[in-house]
Design a binder for this molecule. Structure first.
Ligand code: ACO
Length: 311
């Protein structure tokens, strides 16, 4: 006879209902979600670093306030996501340990350096733009806490994307040097941004099962295509050239054709050998160690409060 728990889970997925923390779920579903949500959380936290580097060097008070707010939002996203992982029985301290020991992944994109202030704009435009393409469908992901966390995350990402684009529009109205700086940042970030969506569908080992479970709603290549189609007209309006000689409109498909990212580079960066991997992880480790006294003080305070309640 069919297992009634499995049957109930399968029906929940088939009807597009949400799986909630107290529901029974297959162990593989739980593990896949912890893997994806933890990687996602780590990406938000590590992702504070490339732009965070510019907070002390922002060119005006206004730009500094915007950048501060944006980087703080990323910290908030990390926290919602760690909380979502905790609803699956994961332990946040354990996830952090795995990250700083290099045993869990985070997005490849944050292993590239932010060389100039134009990079802040391009990261907002490309990286947050790609995050929106990837994460809007995750608002309909089958696991309730993850899907709900994504709603607020996406609203904030869309502010981030606009602030980046607006910064670039301002720079493009500036001097010749500023325009060159924007084009240079576009040249460096374009291909790594396309790699954020993951390997091509044929080389994506997790896609089939994650799609069957409705964790993923679109394939890596579909979302990459969507990002290209969204970004090309924005590049035209801005007046920059995307560094891909094969990029052109395909009337028949109603989409842009584009070149192939360097997949060996993606593999290299994922496996720890990107331009800034070592620095990103060691800074995260240092921040964790420097925060030990805060965690200890918070735990001592909580214990005292609990003692008082008992009295
Ligand atoms: N950077 C680092 N690792 C990656 C990347 C990438 N750009 N793309 C794929 N990988 C990893 C996968 O995590 C997987 O490794 P694992 O099996 O050890 O976990 C492996 O490469 C093979 O990839 P897929 O089978 O395609 O993996 P998956 O189905 O998980 O798809 C994807 C990858 C699309 C990134 C998915 O996990 C996802 O949608 N995650 C949520 C969004 C997210 O994490 N965004 C972070 C960047 S955006 C931001 O923070 C602003």
């Amino acid at each position: 006879p069919p297992d009634p728990l499995q049957q109930h889970f399968d029906d929940t997925i088939a009807r597009d209902h949400r799986v909630e923390p107290r529901d029974w779920m297959p162990e593989g579903y739980r593990r896949t979600l912890v893997r994806q949500i933890a990687q996602h959380a780590h990406s938000e936290i590590i992702g504070m670093q490339p732009e965070g580097d510019w907070i002390t060097r922002a060119p005006s008070l206004r730009r500094k306030a915007i950048l501060f707010a944006k980087v703080q939002d990323e910290a908030g996203h990390g926290l919602y996501l760690y909380s979502a992982a905790e609803t699956l029985g994961a332990d946040r301290a354990d996830l952090t340990r795995r990250l700083i020991e290099g045993r869990q992944k985070y997005s490849s994109i944050f292993n590239y350096p932010a060389d100039t202030f134009a990079d802040v704009g391009v990261i907002g435009w490309f990286v947050d733009g790609a995050a929106i393409c990837n994460q809007v469908p995750l608002c309909r992901s089958s696991y309730g806490p993850y899907a709900r966390a994504m709603v607020r995350v996406c609203k904030e990402e869309s502010f981030h994307q606009r602030q980046g684009y607006e910064l670039l529009l301002t720079m493009m109205r500036g001097t010749e040097g500023q325009r060159a700086m924007v084009q240079n940042a576009v040249d460096r970030w374009w291909w790594p941004s396309l790699m954020m969506f993951g390997p091509p569908d044929g080389d994506s080992p997790n896609s089939a099962q994650s799609t069957a479970w409705k964790i993923k709603r679109h394939s890596n290549d579909e979302l990459r295509q969507r990002f290209v189609d969204m970004t090309v007209p924005q590049a035209e309006r801005l007046g920059v050239t995307l560094p891909d000689p094969e990029l052109r409109w395909n009337e028949e498909r109603g989409s842009h054709d584009f070149g192939t990212p360097d997949w060996t580079e993606l593999q290299r960066v994922i496996s720890g050998d990107g331009p800034r991997n070592a620095e990103r992880v060691s800074r995260r480790r240092a921040a964790h160690e420097e925060g030990t006294w805060v965690r200890e003080a918070a735990a001592a305070h909580a214990a005292k409060q609990a003692e008082r309640r008992e009295e």
